[in-house]
Design a protein around this ligand. Structure first.
Ligand code: TMP
Length: 212
């Protein structure tokens, strides 16, 4: 049986993760692999309820620690119920955000610190780590323009404004500098150029860990 893989996509809101992760899922399927695409927070019925609480703009009284614990609760649920079993079945799991989001958003931008987030991530995932993570890096200004262009309503986190998104980006860049697992990709490039880079990195990873 093929070995499973966990591939995660990260970046500030509007960086273009969804386009790329769906293209990657199609690429794996055309190569005969069984793929599961999930998102965080969400991906389980409990997680989707938590997601609604987290992203609801009406919940503007939510304190940072509540926010952190809710993200971790949703993560614990999807990891045990969906992600770990799928990987054990040999599937490719592609996750739209995983625990690096919590480092960047809650640890860095909200200022809750790396240690607390690391400990909670460890508990929520029972030590499961992505094999490879793509950080689609874009300036907060460019990401904001893209989001406006799509005309979607802002959620609670997006409504925090440009300075918050700038801090999140900074958090991601610090993470990527210190961890080879995280491949930083210039998300201002064309969709095809970005995808070519992603596939190249995935092929290298597959060769390195022998999952074919
Ligand atoms: P998205 O599905 O549109 O990316 O929305 C999820 C939002 O939640 C996004 O603004 C990033 C934020 N988020 C955190 O703040 N911490 C986390 O741990 C995760 C997974 C997401």
């Amino acid at each position: 049986m093929n070995r499973g893989l966990l591939i995660t996509f990260e970046g500030i809101d509007g960086c273009g993760k969804s386009t790329q992760l769906n293209k990657l899922a199609d690429w794996f399927k055309s190569n005969g692999r069984s793929v599961l695409v999930v998102r965080e927070p969400g991906g389980t019925s409990i997680g989707e309820k938590i997601r609604n609480i987290l992203l609801d703009k009406k919940n503007d009284e939510m304190c940072s620690v509540t926010e952190l614990l809710l993200y971790e609760a949703a993560r614990a649920q999807i990891t045990s119920q969906v992600i770990r079993p799928a990987i054990e079945e040999g599937k490719i799991v592609i996750c739209d955000r995983f625990y690096d989001s919590t480092f960047a958003y809650q640890g860095y931008a909200r200022g809750l610190g790396e240690k607390l987030v690391r400990d909670l991530n460890e508990t929520a995932t029972e030590g499961l780590a992505p094999n490879i993570t793509f950080l689609l890096d874009l300036t907060a200004e460019d990401a904001y323009k893209r989001r406006k262009g799509r005309g979607e309503a802002e959620d609670r986190l997006e409504a925090m404004g440009l300075d918050f998104q700038k801090a999140v980006r900074e958090g991601y860049l610090v993470l990527a500098e210190n961890d080879y697992r995280i491949r930083r990709i210039d998300a201002s490039k064309s969709i095809d150029d970005i995808f070519e880079t992603i596939v190249g990195e995935v092929e290298k990873e597959i060769a390195a860990c022998g999952t074919r």
